[in-house]
Design a binder for this molecule. Structure first.
Ligand code: HEC
Length: 126
């Protein structure tokens, strides 16, 4: 008489525990993915390195800082002796070169970009 309810109780117990474990494993994975995504979002929006900014916003027209749709950037030091001038130019853009407002590029990222640009090396012209 009482064997069947006991069996049922046992089955329910077993199912509940295994499900519970599987569920928490699933939850752990979901949380992990959430964390990874959050971290990636952060990387996408702020705190980009100079190189990351360059690849995102400049490389399409100045591929590898060489001539593309825009000019090569090897005369940068000549044309923009001061960082202030260079930053102003990048912020404003010119002609088909798009401006970079603060919501696209914060001050720190602009600073990083300028440091990156200043450090670019070009092969000596023969
Ligand atoms: C849509 C294409 C395009 C993009 C994107 C672009 N540029 Fe340009 N860039 C140009 C063009 C075209 C010129 C030449 C503008 C002119 O003098 O009329 C130029 C000129 C320049 C110059 C002046 C070079 C010199 O020696 O006089 C610098 C520096 C420069 N770009 C840096 C950048 C940086 C840094 C970025 C990324 C934030 C960028 N550009 C993104 C098209 C682009």
């Amino acid at each position: 008489m009482s064997r069947i309810p006991k069996m049922i109780a046992l089955v329910v117990l077993v199912v509940a525990t295994t499900c519970g474990c599987a569920m928490s494993e699933e939850m752990r994975r979901i949380n992990q993915m959430k964390e990874i995504n959050q971290r990636r979002d952060l990387q996408m929006t702020t705190d980009l390195s100079g190189q990351q900014v360059f690849v995102r916003s400049c490389n399409s027209c100045h591929p590898g800082a060489k001539q593309g749709m825009g000019p090569a950037l090897d005369k940068l030091g000549e044309h923009f002796p001061s960082d202030e001038k260079l930053k102003k130019f990048i912020r404003q853009g010119v002609g088909s070169m798009p401006p970079q407002p603060k919501d696209a590029l914060d001050d720190q990222e602009l600073e990083n970009l300028v440091v990156y640009l200043r450090a670019l090396k070009f092969e000596e012209k023969k």
